[in-house]
Design a protein around this ligand. Structure first.
Ligand code: 5GP
Ligand code: ZN
Length: 113
């Protein structure tokens, strides 16, 4: 756990979050500033700074994160599909340096920055 990481603190239960899914090593919760009527974030519980920090050893974790995103979209009522994206580093607009997949569905209010 990284002490000053907002998402690590959510994983640890130190900060509240609207959790919509949890499985071994993976957590999903509603984005605090939703950019769509459904906007969830799927994260590894382990602190991984961004997509560039994944290694071959994380191949199964990345697949499970992807499948968790599908599951979250379906559970939140969007079997017809959703938008899936990842901001990578400050240059990619990433504001929280703990890997997360955005899952947006329903009415899109704005593109997240
Ligand atoms: P990024 O800008 O890194 O792609 O996405 C970070 C996302 O995390 C943003 O959409 C932002 O609204 C969300 N976020 C930042 N802090 C918190 C928080 O404390 N709780 C929740 N639920 N979402 C957060
Ligand atoms: Zn973290």
């Amino acid at each position: 756990m990284v002490e000053d990481c907002v998402f690590c603190r959510i994983v640890a239960g130190e900060l509240p979050a609207n959790v919509v899914y949890r499985e071994d090593g993976i957590l999903a919760f509603i984005d605090i500033h939703p950019a769509a009527s459904t906007h969830a974030l799927v994260i590894p519980e382990r602190h991984i700074e961004d997509l560039r920090h994944l290694t071959d050893d994380d191949a199964a974790l990345w697949l499970r994160l992807t499948l968790a995103a599908h599951h979250v979209a379906e559970e939140l009522g969007h079997p017809q599909g959703y938008r899936f994206f990842v901001s990578v580093g400050p240059g990619g607009g990433q504001t929280v340096p703990h890997l997360h997949i955005h899952v947006l569905a329903g009415e899109m209010r704005r593109l997240p920055v």
